[in-house]
Design a protein. Structure first.
Length: 400
């Protein structure tokens, strides 16, 4: 995938800068032509000479270079690159990229570029959890051009243990390859449902679940970045709605069902990722129920969206999700056939470090033609692409 691809590696001033030396080697092993640009801070960690020797190309460090800027070199390099990888990306660089600051070579070059960008943040875990950092990351994640590789957890150079390590070089290389995927969903209408639903007990309280919407949002973004027209129907979530996507916000299972039914016939593929409540209170109190003794709730089944779509699904691909505590594969397989789905992703929610309320996920994917693939622990964005890779061929199969 990387053969003769022109990759600009931007190195910023993080302690993990030394790992990017290896990254140059591995990208070149895959056939990429690599040029490196470094921030001033990065040159304090690794010398430009090292990157020049490894890449076989001159390294840009300064915007105001008499030779390099003779023909406005930063714009020429921005036009040259097929992809940009910033590894490691400091908190400072992420902030500059999110707000369009162009005060050195790398940030100016990034602003002038139009190709896909992979950002590999790496920093102290408190910096990573910082409110401003999170806000900047979310701003960048809203653009289909930027992909952010989740840092790994473990011991950090600063002595802390937590999230902030630069992911292994092979993971970064795999993500760079992902930037070159074709627009293989171009012109297709993809309907994605995401997040939880809320079933009101009164006008203040509700029943809901732990879904954040991250997996569904990642699927919507991934489909959009591969050329699809995406409609995203989502329950209440704190996430910012993706740009370039038609967003429909709903609250209850009933609203989710009504919107999904209304949109279904326009789509080529439905990815039913929402964690729709299975039960709702049979009665809703108007206003706020006052405190008085115990409150016995009677719950009734909500509408089963997937079963309701069974008859209309001819020629469309329908993908479901199964979050299970045990016997994940068996239960997912059961649901696949019971609900008349084309494929299903089963994930194990007994593990605390993935799935609900996490930025990473793992699972198993099955389709009705007998294909089975493992989805090892990875970022939800990577998993979204892996799922799309697997289901693309189903579009042809259901037409036959
Ligand atoms: C020893 C040392 C290690 C550092 N490691 C990191 C790091 O891993 N991640 C980070 O975001 N900043 C780190 N910093 C801080 C950045 O170097 C600093 O914010 C700098 O302004 C970044 O500039 P740049 O984004 O232009 O490269 C480190 C600083 C020092 C002195």
């Amino acid at each position: 995938m990387l053969k003769e691809k022109k990759v600009l590696l931007g190195v910023t001033g993080g302690i993990a800068a030394y790992k990017s030396c290896e990254l140059v080697r591995r990208l070149k092993d895959k056939g990429a032509v690599v040029k490196v640009a470094m921030t001033d801070a990065a040159t304090r960690f690794v010398t430009p000479l090292t990157f020049q020797a490894l890449s076989g190309n001159p390294v840009r460090t300064s915007l105001f270079s008499m030779e390099e800027e003779q023909a406005i070199g930063h714009i020429a390099l921005a036009d040259w690159a097929d992809a940009i990888v910033i590894a490691p990306a400091t908190a400072n660089f992420i902030a500059k990229a999110a707000s369009g600051v162009a005060d050195d070579f790398l940030s100016t070059f990034l602003l002038a570029s139009r190709c896909p960008v992979l950002l590999c943040p790496s920093m102290n875990s408190n910096m990573y959890d910082n409110f401003f950092y999170k806000a900047n990351e979310e701003t960048l994640a809203r653009s289909a051009r930027f992909r952010i590789l989740e840092p790994a957890s473990g011991e950090l150079a600063c002595g802390y243990t937590g999230k902030g390590r630069l992911p292994p070089v092979q993971d970064i290389v795999a993500e760079v390859e992902g930037l070159f995927r074709d627009l293989d969903f171009s012109g297709l209408n993809i309907l994605v449902t995401a997040g939880p639903t809320r079933e009101p007990l009164d006008d203040v309280r509700f029943l809901s679940n732990r879904s954040t919407g991250r997996m569904g949002f990642a699927l919507a973004r991934a489909a959009r970045s591969r050329g699809a027209n995406v409609t995203l129907i989502h329950g209440p979530t704190f996430l910012e709605e993706p740009t370039g996507i038609r967003n429909i916000a709903v609250k209850t299972a009933e609203e989710m069902a009504a919107q999904t039914m209304a949109e279904f016939e326009k789509c080529n593929m439905l990815i039913m990722n929402a964690a729709v409540a299975d039960y709702k209170p049979s009665e809703k109190t108007v206003g706020k129920k006052q405190k008085a003794g115990s409150w016995n709730l009677v719950l009734e089944r909500t509408v089963d969206i997937l079963s309701g779509l069974k008859d209309k699904s001819k020629g469309r691909v329908v993908i479901g999700f199964a979050a299970e505590y045990k016997d994940v594969e068996e239960r997912a397989k059961n649901k696949l056939f019971r609900k008349g789905l084309d494929a299903i992703v089963g994930n194990d929610i007994s593990a605390e470090d993935r799935g609900f309320e996490s930025k990473v996920n793992a699972g198993i994917m099955l389709d009705r033609f007998g294909a089975r693939s493992e989805l090892p622990l990875m970022s939800k964005s990577s998993m979204a692409h892996r799922i799309l890779d697997s289901v693309r061929s189903l579009l042809e199969k259901v037409k036959q």
